[in-house]
Design a protein. Sequence first.
Lengths: 417, 299
Amino acid sequence: MNIRRLSTAALLLGLLIMSLAPLSAQDEPVTMTMWVRSINFSVQTLVDEWNATHDNQIELTEVPAAEFVTKMGAAVAAGEAPDIASIDLIYTPAFASAGQLVDLTEYVNALPYADDLSPAHMTLGEYEGRNYAVPFAAEGSFLIYNVDLFEQAGLDPENPPTTWDEVLEAARAITALGDDTYGYYFAGNCAGCNAFTFLPFIWASGGDVLSEDFSQPTLEEDPAVSEALALYRTMWEEGLIPEGAIVDGGENFTNAFASGTIGMAGTGAFGIDNYKTNYPDLNFDVTYIPGKDGGTASFGGGDNIGIPTGSEYVEEAWEFIEWTLSEDVQLELYAGNNQLPVRLSLADNEYFEEDPRLSLAASTLSVGHTPYSLVYNDLFNDANGPWLLMLQVAIFDGDIDGAIAEAQQRFSEIMGG
Amino acid sequence: MTTSLSLQRLSWDQRRKLTGVLFVLPTVLFVVVFFIIPLLMTFGMSFYDWPLFGDHTFVGLQNYTDLAKDRQFLKSIDFTARYTLMITPPIFVLGFILASLVRHNIPGISIFRTIFFMPVVIGLGVSSLLWVWLLNDQVGIINKIMLDLGIVEKAQLFMARPDSAMAVIIISVIWKTVGFTMILLLAGLQAIPDELYESADVDGAGYFQKLRFITLPLMRRTIALALILSVIGSVLSFDQFYIMTGGGPRNSTISVVYWIFNNSFTYFKMGYGAAMSIVLLVVLVLLSAVQFYLLRDNT
């Protein structure tokens, strides 16, 4: 009797499993959730195209950039992480080291073009030799300048500044035009904006803020740091930068230049897209961020895409990720929308040939610096962190040495744990 | 059935007590679930290295010993204390003046009471955002008015300097909270019988004598309540700084709660944030105890 009951139970169980099986297999389309920080690149366009052409659907949530890491961390802790996440590449090491991202090494190895993917993104996506994320949106910083103002000030827009002296001269000449024109702009209360646009001034001069293995701060010993701060300080003191810059927490990071009264500013490809789309009359060109006596550098920024731990749809999520990396998508939906392709070999494409400004932006990817740090947020991006405080005390208050000493100490404390 | 039977077996006194317990039960449950349990969890958490994601490890008292070395924490305590000292007197004095003005039930007075109280019912976050826009140098109406009246020559960047940032935050918070102090004090004022003032008039007492010998002594408890609530609110302040200054300029407006928030949700040091919260709780309990003692009812 027991055996008969047991076999009946086994049969029922088998039937139950068989009836459930199709639900978990590929046959049924699934709906995945995806989070992206609010960046200029229209991820919605991308997702709409995917949803229109695939059975598996994606629900996109845009999270304010400043709150992304907090919200993501809280969601992961609560077991409610999305299936796909596009993360500021800077944070990928922190997420990967905490075991919050699915190991994608096998998938990445199977990509025939893995070596062609933006190196900064791939480095940041690695943790202890494994891949946890691949590039999703690429950004490199560069200098944007107003061609009309350059001409009015008697400067040659074909030969933009290549040294700091030339930056300073150009800024003075443009400010001298009067009428509320200013030579330069930076968002003085925005930590991340200035990691993106000010760090390259230091790098381009052969300096750095962190040691080569990213283990120690080098703010005090590297003269390029104080010299770059002195450049900004001079521009601020001489009134070459609008006063409102002191309180700009990033709200006017791109808008200020759009006003047409700013000579030069640091920006990224998002700037080009924004000005081309929304300010068609703005006559601008771009150039590399120069070092003190020449040289160039760029901040390799943008987003990495990964699959948060706990996602039930790893296979399906990877299908989407692989689709975004495909040549067609990279060309038509990325380059075609003024977005830099994340595959280096696609930097030269028909869309960018029409606009050399985008070609220059794309070319910064191969020379972009990106600090690899598990505490990047605490060091550079925190609105109350040591990086922004150093900039403000040095540039607005004029105490360059004091600012650097304080920052060196805070950096050491944070990096020491 | 069984319940009603067993209820019937209870004596009148027992049933009365049971009814009382049932009445307070929802509140007790609410307090236990939303205050006692989180408090115990926070207390437990304060002994751990507890990142927002990843594993947590027991570190004993280290979070507490680290606090003494945290320069920003000490700066935040100093800032919060200064802020509390600066904002409490004007809120109280203005609240008292407003309460005195709207004390008597004359026709139309409720319009004024409503106007003074109105900012209290909007959230502090909303009011802070409102002030951010009122004070904006490009589109803010305050700059516009000052420019038009010739008070200033160019638009002011209120958030660019520590002193002006602090001043405008204090003004905005007074605007937001003074109505609440007014209502509390108004209730206290109205509870004083008119006969006392009438007999004082007969004795020839002036306004300040009546204030000194009748109003203030009889309002001790109300004043204690108003001050304690005001001080607690200031010590726990966060929204106005987070929204209006972002802790700036040069990190000059980071209150203690702001620093707890930063550590917990920006640096993800939840255990450290928990330890700070416990310290803050102890400080608040002590502060309130001192205030209760100083303003105790001697009669």
